[in-house]
Design a binder for this molecule. Structure first.
Ligand code: COI
Length: 357
């Protein structure tokens, strides 16, 4: 990295902040954003915090044609003493570079990226909402900007960070959601880009989502692309099942996302001496467990959704009702513990919290 300094240009026009109780996910943005450019031969340069606003792009910018882009999602919280803090930001920055590497985007210095996140959040600190269940969602992303129509890795990029004060990801809040098992479309296959956080994976998921949205389902559960039987992940979350008090989550196979909340949940469960297994799990196994009465609860995990209990799974026209559509005890304990750590109400025994300043 040649340029380690960040120039700051503050806005003169502040946006109006919505009341925390009215916040949705990802609709409102703060006053500033971080930008930094990359040019082949020069590396990353011109790190700057500027007023939030439109980006100017050449219509031939490669991202618009071939989708060479990656993103991350992490959150800042404010404690009841007014201290702003981040949850495991280095995990997201490491994953940003793994995603970059998968689609040939040059690596970003991880310490510098953390510095950029902290500085931007510090500048817009008064945007962190302080109501339980709300937070400041941080969206770092990289786009390829070289104006060129040949299919190749771009020689120019922009790394940007924007901030959005958010409420719950689902309209259900932390109440159980209904999930449809998707057996026509697949999200990713081993060897593809499933474990990278790149826009194309999300574009590929829209068709299935569209199919089920007006039937009262929040998201789909993705199955593997080969046998259409092994469970991968749920929409924008990793997924966990409680079968006879063992918590099972699909292993990181190369086609699913290595979630930061997933990792935190596994750490907490092990710390509580609850048996956790990361392994292949099929719909057939899950269905058998359900029929035996052994499938006690299921929940999704993700930065945006935190812990999202699953009250119903619909597979081949059959509704599998879980825990009587109620939040199960493990999902509740995980949600409470994670959010208490994030809001500074419980000791951070795992060194997950990084102060903004
Ligand atoms: C997140 O949990 O941060 C995600 O990546 C979900 C996002 C696609 C809304």
């Amino acid at each position: 990295m040649r340029d380690q300094s960040i120039t700051i240009q503050l806005t003169e026009e502040k946006n109006v902040k919505p009341a925390p109780s009215t916040l949705e996910f990802g609709r409102t943005f703060t006053d500033h954003m971080f930008l930094m450019d990359y040019t082949e031969g020069q590396g990353w340069h011109d790190a700057r915090i500027v007023p939030y606003g439109p980006l100017s792009l050449d219509p031939a910018s490669m991202v618009l044609h071939y989708g060479q882009t990656v993103f991350e999602g992490l959150k800042a919280y404010v404690t009841k003493d007014g201290v702003a803090q981040l949850f495991r930001p280095t995990k997201n920055i490491e994953r940003l570079n793994r995603s970059n590497s998968r689609i040939c985007i040059p690596e970003i210095d991880e310490e510098f990226a953390l510095k950029a996140v902290r500085k931007l959040v510090e500048v817009d600190q008064d945007w962190i909402p302080n109501q339980l269940g709300t937070s400041l969602y941080i969206r770092p992303f990289v786009i390829s900007t070289e104006p060129y129509l040949g299919v190749a890795a771009s020689e120019m990029y922009t790394f940007a960070i924007i901030l959005s004060p958010v409420g719950p990801y689902y309209k259900e809040g932390i109440d159980p959601v209904k999930i449809a098992v998707e057996d026509t479309y697949v999200r990713a296959v081993v060897g593809g880009t499933g474990e990278a956080k790149t826009g194309g994976n999300y574009a590929a998921s829209l068709k299935a989502q569209e199919k089920i949205e007006d039937q009262g389902f929040a998201q789909v559960l993705w199955l593997d692309g080969v046998e259409r039987n092994y469970i991968e992940e749920v929409g924008s979350m990793n997924v966990f099942f409680n079968i006879d008090d063992t918590i099972i989550t699909p292993q990181l196979s190369g086609s699913i996302l290595d979630g930061v909340t997933r990792n935190s949940v596994i750490t907490l469960l092990k710390d509580w001496d609850i048996k956790v297994e990361e392994r292949k799990i099929s719909m057939d196994e899950l269905y058998d467990a359900y029929k035996r009465g052994s499938l006690k609860e299921a929940f999704g995990t993700g930065t945006a959704a935190v812990i999202s209990p699953i009250g119903q799974l619909t597979w081949k026209q059959e509704d599998l009702v879980l825990n009587n559509h109620e939040t199960g005890p493990i999902a509740k304990r995980l949600y409470d513990t994670l959010t208490r750590i994030q809001y500074g109400e419980e000791e951070d025994r795992f060194d997950w919290i990084v102060p903004v300043e």
